[in-house]
Design a protein around this ligand. Sequence first.
Ligand code: FRU
Length: 491
Amino acid sequence: MKEKQLIYNAFEKINENKKNRKEDPYRLKFHLMPPVGLLNDPNGLIQYKGVYHVFYQWNPFETSHGPKFWGHYTSTDMIHWKEEYPALIPSESYEINGCYSGSAVEREGQLILFYTGNVKTENNERKTYQCKAVSNDGVHFEKSGPVLFLPDGYTPHFRDPKVWKRGNTWYMIIGAQTVEEQGAAVLFSSSDLEKWEYKGPIAGSFMNGLGQFGYMWECPDFFELECKDVLLVSPQGLEPEGYKYQNLFQSGYFIGKWREGTTEFPHGEFTELDRGFDFYAPQTFQDERGRRIMIGWMGITDEREAFQPTIEKGWIHALSMPRELVLHGEKLYQKPLLELMKLRNSKDFSQHISLVKEEKSWQEICSDVSELKVEFKKIEAKIFKLSIRNNVEITIHLDEEAVTFKRKSWKDGSVESRSCPLKRCEQLHLFLDTSSVELFLNDGQEVFTARFFSDPHDKEIVFYTDGKIDLLLEKWSLGAYQIDEISMNIS
Ligand code: FRU
C-alpha cells in the first residue's frame, strides 16, 4: 500500500512536471532525453521479443542527481519510440537512494533486470545490493530483491551489474573499488540467475601491469567481438596525459582473450571510446541481427553540469545516437546505426568542391538538424576547418596528423578544446542536432561527442582551408524521432 502511494505521488509529480515543460530550442530531435528531470546512464539495453528496450537512469523530479528511477523507452525500428512507465522506482529499503545502473537479459521468455540498489544510511554510509526484477511482458516488473551482497575486499562502491550468458553459464561483471581504493571489474557466475558465485576481479588498476589506473571503475561491460573479448569500462581518477584522459571521467575499453569461466583476461592497453566532451557510461547489447550496438550517456558529471541552459526548461542530458561497434585489429570503430538513415528528409546538397585558400559557406548546408559528409579527394593544405553555428570548430591538422575539436563553454563562453592524433583523415561524418554534435572520422575510427548551446538563430557552417582541397560534400536535413509520451496513471 505504502509503495502504491509512493508510486502514485511520483506519477502525479511526473505528469505535472511534463505539463510545465517549457518551449525549448535546445530540446533534441533525434536523441532520447528524459521527458523531464535528469537522465544519466543508459541501462538494460536489449532487443526482447523483437522490440528494442532502452532504460535509463532518471531523476524525474529535479535536474540534479538524486534517487534514481529507471526510465524506459521502447521501439521496433529505433526511430519511433514509445515512452513506457518507469520500470524501477526506488521504493524498497534495499534501493531507497536509487535503483542504480544495470543490465537486462532474456530467459525463457522473461525479461530480467539486474541493477544496483543504492542506500545511504543516516550517518552517510553507503550500502550496495545487486538486485533483480522480472517481467513477463517487458513493461511491468516485479522486484525480487538483492541476489548478492558485497564480498570482502571491496568498498560499497560496487555497482552496475552487466549480465550475459556463455554456454550454459550466466556471468555478471560489476564495477568496483577495492579497499585499497583501486578500480576493478569483478566477475560472478551462476547457473540459474539466483545463486551467484564470486570469482574475483578479471581486470583492475592493480592487474595486468596497469599500475595506478583509477580509484573506481564504473559501468563495466564484457562481450565477444570477432573472436576477441572486449571489456568496456568507465574508470574514475585518471590524470590527463597528453591527448588522453582530458575529461573528469573517461570511458574506454581493453581488448584481450578471456579464458572462459576464469578470471584470466590478459589484455592490451586502455583506449578511450570518445575524444569529445560528453560521452560516459556506455552500454552495449547484441541485437537479433547480431550487431553489437552501443549507446552512451551524452553527458558527464563535472563542474559544468549545473550550468546547462536546459535546466531552466526542466530537463538535462540525453543519450548518444546508437552506434554499431566493429573491431579493426585492436581498435573499435563506431558506426552510426544504419536505421538513422531513415531520418534523412532530403539530400539538400551533393557537390564536388575545390577550396583554395578560402572561407566558404553555402546556404543549403546551414541548418540545425542535419547530417553532413565530407570526403577528401585531394589535399594540398595544412589545415581544414569547419566552424559550426559560431560555436563549435573542428580543425583537421593535415600536416600534424591530428584533429582538434573546440566549443564555447556554456558556463562562461570560454573556448574549450579536445584533440586526438589521426594519421590520414579521409572522411568526416557529422550528425548535428539542435544542441549536440557527433563527429565520426574515417568511418568511426575516432569519434567526438559534445553538447553545445549556440544562438538558436545561428545556423551557419563555414569551411576553411589554408591550401587547396578537393572534396565531395553531401548534406541531408534530418527528421526527428517520433516519441509517444504517456500520461501516468495508477490502476
Ligand atoms: C555512472 C554512475 C553509475 C551509477 C549511476 C547512478 O554515471 O555513477 O556508476 O550506477 O551513475 O546514477
